[in-house]
Design a protein around this ligand. Structure first.
Ligand code: 5RP
Length: 220
């Protein structure tokens, strides 16, 4: 990551603060952009009763700053979820999971009323697929799922990583994803797949994009 990219991430992290609803439980994602967002949150800690986090990494960072972190089972609904993305397209569909937290991210997003995506300009693409698509799998299904991805034309690598759920991640590169929702449904239906890192069925509602000209806001 270049220094410029870090500066853009910090700007969107700061811009996301105005979307936080005082008095409501906040959903917090995972990644380097979210790390910066958590740092910014410290200034308004007293207005946030609790957070739900999408990873052990974010939970630790939040708790170190004095935030209360709840298990999702203790919460019925989340007003706002703030998270990053590896890619986002003009329809607000995303590839996520570069940090390996895709399953918990998808769960928290599914119960959130508003998904605010914070990303630097490099993440904005016309067609998803330049960034290798992460797929979390039950370890014994790694090869069988990899073969199915290869049949779609992907080159597949097993990440040297174990998720917070004790599972493995395949990174599928070389896919040009013309219909993200259809591919999300298909890959999710394969035996052994825990989650595919396509967020098309539940995409973002707001995109804060850090550009050289400042933070651009897109809403749908
Ligand atoms: C983690 C994610 C992240 O949101 C994504 O990888 C973006 O990360 P970063 O903010 O470090 O660029 O999906 O699983």
């Amino acid at each position: 990551m270049t220094i410029d990219q870090t500066a853009l991430k910090r700007e969107v992290a700061r811009a996301a603060i105005r979307y936080v609803k005082p008095g409501a439980v906040l959903g917090v994602g995972t990644g380097s952009t979210v790390d910066l967002f958590i740092d910014e949150l410290a200034a308004i800690r007293d207005s946030i009763p609790a957070c739900v986090s999408s990873s052990v990494r974010s939970t630790k960072r939040l708790e170190a700053l004095g935030f209360k972190v709840l298990d999702l089972n203790e919460v019925e609904e989340i007003e706002v979820y703030v998270d990053g993305a590896d890619e986002i397209d003009p329809h607000f569909a995303m590839v996520k999971g570069g940090g390996g937290a895709l399953t918990r991210e998808k769960i928290v997003a599914s119960v959130s009323k508003r998904f605010v995506c914070i990303a630097d300009a490099s993440k904005s693409v016309d067609v998803l697929g330049r960034f290798p698509l992460p797929v979390e799998v039950i370890p014994m299904a790694a090869r069988s799922v990899a073969r199915r991805l290869e049949a779609l034309g992907a080159k597949v690598a097993l990440r040297d990583f174990t998720t917070d759920n004790g599972c493995a991640i395949l990174d599928a590169s070389g896919l040009s994803i013309q219909d993200p929702a259809a591919l999300e449904d298909e890959v999710n239906s394969w035996p052994g797949v825990v989650t595919v890192g396509l967020f098309a069925r539940r995409g973002a509602d707001v995109l804060l994009l850090g550009t050289a000209e400042g933070v651009k806001t897109f809403e749908r």
